[in-house]
Design a protein around this ligand. Structure first.
Ligand code: NAI
Length: 338
């Protein structure tokens, strides 16, 4: 019936019980890049989310059609489309959560870093507008390379004097979604019950799934764990190649983005124990940004959780990813501060 029925977390049950006695607060969600491959199904999923009262769909092309289409769905939220730069401020005004899937996707043979030159500028512009029109919103950054676009956003917000590290998130949920699916297939356990933390960043070897902490437990061989890790790291490329030039993951990404935005909304609404992995400002390692499990609350990040016990294979993966992640973070900071 809704995004909630797609999740089986304890928090969604708590919220469902809450409906009978408590009013669901008004929440505005803005999707920037709403007419794109991710933006369209993500807008659809946000329209199905009963926690959303206002849905602002912004894109520089094709927004009126997408907004008209989505607006006919008979669910709670009121949908308004915003089509040009001049309307961006109105799209953002009063937003509680801003989701950013704006920017170009990969084609076969490209790394996420190859997108930097185009997407860095797009993200910078959008974040300047966020600082101006909804500085308190929780920002869900989907645009790649996430390892650089999140640091760019942080610098833009710092410059504007609005930076709050609790409110800026790189969306790495798709890595978790993939890790869960691939693990369930090998471990022969029901996929809906699977939990796997994925830490590090969101590109190639910086994506580090912690299968040693996966539940339900399964006795998988080292070879299987190595293969599962590689498949999770290369999951995006698997889709890029299968789409053969027609883009990257859009449908699974929309699902993942909707799960993460839903978690942000639940946190804002005071639902306890909402935990998702995300790429955030962090002291978990020596790197200034790092993805790990995060507890979400009324102000965004309530607590950045640690890594927990790692296997030797994961410890090795962690050391290997640090130089690449560090350089992607620095590239973003350099772009935004120059
Ligand atoms: P797409 O090209 O289908 O859609 C992008 C949309 O952004 C287009 O509708 C375009 O008009 C819009 N856009 C461009 N500049 C804009 C601006 N300044 N303001 C507002 N909208 C703007 O691309 P797709 O497949 O939807 O991917 C979007 C981004 O998401 C890419 O950067 C891609 O790499 C990234 N991505 C991230 C994932 C993650 O796990 N975080 C997974 C998959 C993709």
């Amino acid at each position: 019936r809704s995004i909630k029925s797609l999740t089986t977390s304890a928090s969604s049950h708590i919220l469902r019980r809450g409906y009978a006695s408590e009013a669901v607060p008004e929440r505005k969600v803005a999707v920037l890049g709403a007419a794109g491959g991710i933006g369209q199904p993500l807008s659809l999923l946000m329209k199905l989310n009963p926690l959303v009262s206002n849905l602002a769909l912004y894109d520089i092309a094709n927004t009126p059609g997408v907004a008209a289409d989505v607006s006919h769905i008979n669910t709670r939220s009121e949908v308004v489309g915003y089509a040009s730069d001049a309307e961006l401020g109105k799209a953002l005004e009063g937003a509680d959560v801003v989701i950013i899937p704006a920017g170009v996707p990969r084609k076969p043979g490209m790394t996420r870093d190859d997108l930097f030159n185009i997407n860095a500028g797009i993200v910078k512009g959008l974040c300047e507008a966020i600082a101006k029109h909804c500085p308190k919103a929780l920002v869900n950054m989907i645009s790649n390379p996430v390892n650089s676009t999140v640091p760019i956003a942080a610098e833009v917000f710092k410059k504007a004097g609005t930076y709050d590290p609790k409110r800026l998130f790189g969306v790495t949920t798709l890595d978790v979604v993939r890790a869960k699916t691939f693990y369930a297939g090998k471990a022969m356990v029901p996929v809906a019950e699977v939990n796997v933390p994925v830490v590090g960043g969101h590109a190639g070897i910086t994506i580090l799934p912690l299968f040693s902490q996966a539940t339900p437990k399964a006795n998988l061989s080292d070879e299987v764990i190595t293969a599962l890790t590689k498949r999770t790291q290369d999951g995006g490329t698997e889709v890029v190649e299968a789409k053969a030039g027609k883009g990257s993951a859009t449908l699974s990404m929309a699902y993942a983005g909707a799960i993460f935005a839903d978690a942000c909304l639940k946190g804002l609404n005071g639902v306890p124990d909402v935990i998702e992995c995300s790429f955030v400002q962090s002291t978990v390692t020596e790197l200034p940004f790092f993805a790990s499990r995060v507890r979400l609350g009324k102000n965004g990040v309530e607590e950045v959780l640690g890594l927990g016990p790692l296997s030797d294979f994961e410890k090795e993966g962690l050391e290997k990813l640090k130089p690449e992640l560090k350089s992607s973070i620095e590239k973003g900071i350099k772009f935004a501060t120059q």
